[in-house]
Design a protein around this ligand. Sequence first.
Ligand code: ADP
Ligand code: MG
Length: 208
Amino acid sequence: MSLSPDQVRLMMLQVADAIIEAEPMLSQADRDLGDGDHGLGMKRGMEAVKVQLEPMEPSSVEQVFVTTGTAMMTSMGGASGALFGTVYRAGGKALAGRAAFDSEGLALLLEAALEGVMKRGGAKPGDKTMIDALAPAAARAREVTAHDLTDAFTAVAAAAEAGKESSKAMVAQFGRAKTLGEACIGFPDAGACSVTIMLSTMRDFVSA
Ligand code: ADP
Ligand code: MG
């Protein structure tokens, strides 16, 4: 099974709605660790994504993801706008020339997203950022490229969830949470929560 560019567009619209719906939870997660603006920032980004994707007739998978990233980058501002913009822009560019989105494409997307975010933000696994969900998801995606896209997404979403859970035990090295030191232990990173919601919504879309 693989997704056409238009199916990827519909998948990303479902992701946008899921993030908008999760705004209170994401705001609370960021409040526990930082300044509390992550939920509203992501909501604003996803509303901008919907404006772009709703009327779009995409000619490629790359176009859907790159447009998503550009909309987030230009509407959210701040560190996380640039970082989540990079997730989708760098990830999307790695799919150039691929006619449909399949399990290999999922691995390429997540590997390029991870590389782009690490280069842009300078954080690494264990620093209590979105990378702690993204890195295990990308690694798992590479292991399951021979599987059907539904199975691949199930494995990848579970890896992201486990990574998000593991971020609870970490001490933040970036962003506002860094000033909390050990007080941030026990809470998951807000950006890792967003990554997990995105990937589990994609899993639900392809499983439906
Ligand atoms: P801000 O930090 O500007 O308040 P948000 O609250 O929207 O932005 O986003 C915070 C999230 O951004 C964090 O939970 C973390 O996942 C992610 N983040 C912050 N700095 C980095 C970084 N250097 N690399 C990767 N992700 C980061
Ligand atoms: Mg914040």
